[in-house]
Design a binder for this molecule. Structure first.
Ligand code: 7XF
Length: 403
């Protein structure tokens, strides 16, 4: 495969970097369940530690099973190299600790996943780093927020939980002209739908817990970027600052998830479009945020930037939060759970769950409505998902408009 012209996405997700004939014919890559690696002799150990000789020495720094996952993720994102982490937060914290120092500034979008927001607001800020929230749907707002001290521009697209999109190419251009690194959380879109590095970003981070793993059975993270940046992240951010290394067994599960990533994302997208239209047509629903709907404010950007619209939907009911909670409680198939990107359809209430790290005032300022409900559309039969949602919405209580 290595000599042929570049293979397509799904082919690379299944084959890249692995030859069964180098591993006794084993179709599936071996799991290197080891913390440490034996040296031929003391001199070889010293040379590997010094970086003078290639080799493994300890699984917090590198491990062959993680290597394969890192190579595949980097390739699928169009990056040179990758590092796997114990969680998405592990990847975000490790990347940011690597490139930020006291006195530096980071410019982020208004809307971020709750723990990313908390890490910046309460974590980075504690160590003398200034956080500025710009409206990244407006290039002028980003230009105005950048200063000589800005080192990193950071955003999610689509953003968790309200589905705001950021024009990756436009914002990356502005940031790079000012010498900043652009870090994009691509968890929602996955490399099937968006490859930020190809659009000018420097580093992409993921919660591999979500679509990459895809089955709700692990917590993991990934960062990809240039070989130089990833080497820094590995030997400083991960090795010394966070220690948030992925376990080899989880790397194995994510490798398995990647094999069906494209297939799953296509089905997720197809299901989500049907669900979004069904929600939008229901009289109890006030607003549906889904990039595939013509009513979505940034639908044109979505159509330009994403070949499919993903499977995350945020919506509000006319009856507000109380109606939303009552509707959630009537669901029979859809699971009331945080996380996303699993085969199961999941529903949650950001203000009291994933985004409870914001104060109510912060949520209001950052565009996260108190009544917003978030749906991660799974890959069950779409008629069953729609039927469950409609029967939960059809209860008369959910259609009454709050005073
Ligand atoms: O450390 P994790 O693997 O949970 O990943 C953190 C993370 C990073 N970026 C984005 C866009 C995320 O959505 C997440 C995790 N979000 C889950 C959620 O929104 O449901 C966490 C459940 S509290």
């Amino acid at each position: 495969m290595d000599n042929a012209k570049p293979a397509g996405f799904a082919t690379r997700a299944i084959h890249l970097g692995y030859d069964p004939m180098q591993h006794e014919g084993a179709l599936t890559p071996p799991l290197h369940l080891t913390s440490t690696f034996a040296f031929e002799d003391a001199e070889a150990g010293a040379a590997i530690f010094a970086g003078e000789k290639p080799g493994y020495f300890y699984s917090r720094i590198s491990n062959p099973t993680l290597d394969l996952l890192e190579r595949r993720c980097a390739d699928l994102e169009g990056a040179e190299a990758g590092v796997a982490f114990a969680s998405g937060m592990g990847s975000i914290c490790s990347v940011l600790w690597t490139f930020l120092s006291p006195g530096d500034e980071i410019v982020t979008d208004k809307t971020l996943y709750g723990c990313t927001f908390a890490f910046m607001r309460h974590g980075l800020a504690k160590f003398g780093i200034t956080i500025t929230h710009a409206d990244m749907t407006d290039p002028d707002s980003v230009r105005a927020a950048l200063s000589d001290k800005t080192r990193i521009v950071y955003f999610e697209t689509p953003a968790n939980p309200n589905m705001r999109l950021v024009d990756i190419e436009a914002i990356s251009l502005i940031a790079r002209q000012r010498g900043c690194k652009v870090v994009v959380d691509n968890t929602y879109a996955t490399p099937v739908l968006t490859r930020p590095i190809e659009l000018g970003a420097d580093i992409v981070v993921h919660s591999a817990t979500k679509y990459m793993g895809g089955h709700g059975d692990l917590v993991g993270g990934i960062a990809v970027g240039s070989a130089e940046d990833m080497q820094q992240v590995r030997i400083f951010g991960m090795k010394d600052m966070t220690g948030a290394v992925m376990a080899p067994f989880n790397a194995m599960l994510v490798l398995r998830g990647l094999k069906t990533l494209k297939l799953r994302v296509e089905k997720h997208c197809h299901n989500a479009m049907t669900v979004a239209r069904a929600l939008e047509a229901h009289p109890a629903v006030a607003k549906v945020n889904y990039p595939g709907l013509e009513s979505f404010a940034q639908h044109m950007l979505a159509a330009r930037q994403m070949p499919g619209f993903g499977a995350m939907i945020a919506f509000e009911l006319k009856g507000g939060l109380e109606a939303g909670r009552a509707m959630m409680n009537r669901l029979q198939l859809v699971r009331r759970a945080v996380s996303l990107g699993d085969t199961e359809t999941l529903i949650q209430h950001p203000a009291s769950m994933t985004h409870s790290t914001y104060t109510p005032e912060e949520r209001a300022a950052h565009g996260i409505a108190e009544g917003l409900i978030r749906l991660s559309v799974g890959i069950e039969e779409v008629e069953d998902i729609v039927a469950d949602l409609l029967s939960a919405l059809d209860d008369p209580a959910s259609t009454s408009i709050a005073a």
